[in-house]
Design a protein around this ligand. Structure first.
Ligand code: PLP
Length: 479
C-alpha cells in the first residue's frame, strides 16, 4: 500500500457495516440509557490517552472504544425522554444522508465545485417554501444554525440602508452615521443580540420591547419605539419578529408587525427557527399569518423537521440583498458559468457541507403528509399534558401551549422564592431520574419548567410516565 493511501477498501466497508450496526442498535436501545450520562466534568478526558498514537490503529479497535467510551457518555438527544430545550430527532433518512454526504465530501462553494449539491439545496429549500405556503419570490439557502441565518439577514438589512455603504466604508469613525437600531421582543432569542454585537451595531441599539400577557411583541410598543428613535436622531434598521419564542413558543403578531415595518421602511426578519416546522400544517401556518410579508425568514429543519444537526434554512425575498452584503470573488474562484447560484455569494462562509441531501431525503422518506402527522402528534401530546396540569390544583400551566412545548410549575402554597427553589429541586430530581431531561426558563421572574416534545420516539406512554413522576416528586418535596 502506498504510504499516503487511505485505509483499504475492504477495511472501510467492514467499518461502515459495523457503524451501520452501531447506529441502528443505538437507536433501538437509546431509551435504556439515562438521558443525561452519569459523568462528571473531566471523566471522559481521563479515560482516553492524552497523546495521539504514533502508529496506526485498526479501525475496529477505535470503534470498540467509541462503543465503550463515547456512545454511553453523550447526552442522548435521540432519547424519548429528552424533553429539554427544543427536543429534536436526527431521523433515519437524515442519518443515511449524512453518511452519503461524508462519502462525497463535496464542498459546494461554487456551482462548479458542486453542481448537484447546489441545485439540490435550491430545490430542497424551494420544497420547504412550498410546504410553508410562501410566495415563489422567496429563495432559500442552508446555513449551520439559526444564529448564522439571523446574522446574515441583519447584515443584508444593514447593507440595504440607502447611502451608508457600510460594506465599503464601515461604521467606525463616521460621525455622520447615526446609531442603527434593531427591534425585537424581550422574548427574542439571544442569537439576535449576538448578531447585533457582530454587526457592530452595539447592544445599546437592540430595543428589547415589552410583550403582552401571552409573551408576544406588542406592536404599539414597536411603533412608539421607532417614533422615539427617529425623534432622537437614531436610524431604525430592522425588526425581528419571533414565530415560536424559545421560552414559551409564542408567535409575535406578524401581520401588524409587517405593516409597521413596511410603513417605516424597515427590514422584517422572522425567527421561525422552531415553529416554522409546525407551519407546514395549514392549521399552524394560520398562527403565523403575515409570515409571507417578511423580508427574511429562518426555519431550522434540525429543530423539528427531523433533520440531523445542523440544518438551518434562510429564506429571503431578494437574494441580491445578501449578495450585496457578501458576494466577493477572488481570482482563483472565478468560473465561467453564468446564471448559476454560487452559494458562497450568499453569506460569510466559503466552504460548505452538503446539507441539502439530508433535508431532501427526510422530506422524501416521510412525505409532507408524514411530517405533518408527526408534528400534529407532538402537539396533541403537549395539549394532553397541559390539560392534566391545568386540572391539578397542585400545578399551573405558565403559558399558552400553541405547539408542543408546555411551561408549568408546581405549587405548594409557599412564598414565591421558596416555590422557585422547590421547583428547581423538582427539576433536578426529575433530571436525576435518568428517565427524562427537562429544562427551565423564567417567566415574569418566576422559575418555570419546560416540557418540549419533538422527538420521534416520544409516545403517549412516555408523557404519562413523566406526569406520574412529576406528581410523585412534587408530593415527596412537599413532605
Ligand atoms: N431562534 C430561536 C427561537 C431559538 O429557540 C433558537 C435556539 O433554540 C435559536 C434561534 C438559535 O438556534 P441555533 O442553535 O440554530 O443557532
Amino acid at each position: 500500500m502506498p504510504i499516503s493511501a487511505d485505509i483499504p477498501g475492504d477495511e472501510l466497508r467492514r467499518a461502515l457495516h459495523r457503524a451501520a450496526d452501531l447506529v441502528a442498535d443505538y437507536l433501538e436501545r437509546v431509551g435504556d440509557y439515562p438521558v443525561l450520562p452519569p459523568v462528571a466534568p473531566g471523566d471522559i478526558r481521563r479515560s482516553l490517552p492524552a497523546a495521539p498514537p504514533a502508529a496506526p490503529e485498526p479501525l475496529e479497535r477505535v470503534l470498540d472504544d467509541y462503543r465503550a467510551l463515547i456512545e454511553p457518555n453523550v447526552t442522548h438527544w435521540n432519547h424519548p425522554g429528552f424533553l429539554a430545550y427544543f427536543a429534536t430527532t436526527g431521523s433515519g433518512p437524515g442519518i443515511v444522508a449524512e453518511t452519503l454526504a461524508a462519502g462525497l465530501n463535496v464542498n459546494a462553494m461554487l456551482w462548479r465545485t458542486g453542481p448537484a449539491p447546489t441545485e439540490l439545496e435550491e430545490l430542497a429549500c424551494d420544497w420547504l417554501r412550498q410546504m410553508l405556503d410562501l410566495p415563489e419570490v422567496f429563495r432559500g439557502h442552508i446555513n449551520d444554525t439559526a444564529s448564522m441565518s439571523s446574522f446574515l439577514a441583519l447584515a443584508a438589512a444593514r447593507e440595504r440602508l440607502p447611502g451608508l455603504e457600510v460594506r465599503q466604508r464601515g461604521l467606525a469613525g463616521r460621525p455622520e452615521v447615526p446609531p442603527l437600531v434593531v427591534y425585537a421582543s424581550e422574548q427574542a432569542h439571544s442569537s439576535i443580540d449576538k448578531a447585533v454585537i457582530a454587526l457592530g451595531l452595539g447592544l445599546d441599539h437592540l430595543r428589547r420591547l415589552p410583550c403582552d400577557a401571552e409573551f408576544r411583541l406588542d406592536p404599539a410598543a414597536l411603533a412608539a419605539a421607532i417614533r422615539e428613535d427617529r425623534a432622537a436622531g437614531r436610524l431604525p434598521m430592522a425588526v425581528v419578529a419571533t414565530a415560536g419564542t424559545t421560552s414559551t413558543t409564542s408567535v409575535d403578531p406578524l401581520r401588524s408587525i409587517a405593516a409597521a415595518a413596511r410603513e417605516e421602511g424597515l427590514w422584517l426578519h422572522v425567527d421561525a427557527a422552531y415553529a416554522g416546522s409546525a407551519a407546514i400544517c395549514p392549521e399552524y401556518r394560520a398562527l403565523l399569518d403575515g409570515l409571507e410579508e417578511a423580508d427574511s425568514i429562518v426555519v431550522n429543519p434540525h429543530k423539528w423537521l427531523f433533520v440531523p444537526v445542523d440544518c438551518s434554512v434562510l429564506l429571503v425575498r431578494d437574494p441580491d440583498t445578501l449578495r450585496a452584503a457578501f458576494a466577493l470573488v477572488p481570482e482563483y474562484l472565478r468560473t465561467a458559468e453564468r446564471q448559476v447560484t454560487n452559494l458562497m455569494d450568499l453569506g460569510l462562509q466559503l466552504g460548505r457541507r452538503f446539507r441539502a441531501l439530508k433535508l431532501w431525503m427526510v422530506i422524501r422518506a416521510f412525505g409532507v403528509e408524514g411530517l405533518r402527522q408527526r408534528i400534529r402528534e407532538h402537539c396533541r401530546l403537549a395539549r394532553g399534558l397541559a390539560g392534566w396540569i391545568a386540572a391539578d390544583p397542585d400545578f399551573e400551566v405558565a403559558a399558552p401551549v400553541p405547539f408542543s412545548v408546555v411551561c408549568f410549575r408546581a405549587r405548594w402554597g409557599a412564598p414565591p422564592e421558596e416555590e422557585d427553589r422547590r421547583n428547581e429541586r423538582l427539576l433536578e430530581a426529575i433530571n436525576a431520574s435518568g428517565r427524562f431531561f427537562l429544562s427551565h426558563t423564567r417567566l415574569r421572574d418566576r422559575l418555570v419548567l419546560r416540557v418540549a416534545i419533538g422527538n420521534l420516539r416520544t409516545t403517549a406512554a412516555h408523557v404519562t410516565e413523566l406526569w406520574d413522576l412529576v406528581r410523585a416528586t412534587r408530593a415527596r418535596l412537599a413532605a
